[in-house]
Design a protein around this ligand. Sequence first.
Ligand SMILES: [Zn+2]
Length: 58
Amino acid sequence: MSTTGIMFECSCGEIFYGEEAPEECSKCKKLGGFVQLPEEIVKEREEDIKAEEFEDGY
Ligand SMILES: [Zn+2]
């Protein structure tokens, strides 16, 4: 079973998937702002992300 990467979140709310957190946030340009999210949180956040995308979709 392969993993799709680890989920990280910046303090500004930007989400990033990957093996390592990016040094710089592409949204707020903050360095080292990303923290790894626990799997339990990830599942909840994925639902939030879908909801946000739906709202932004217009
Ligand atoms: Zn950020």
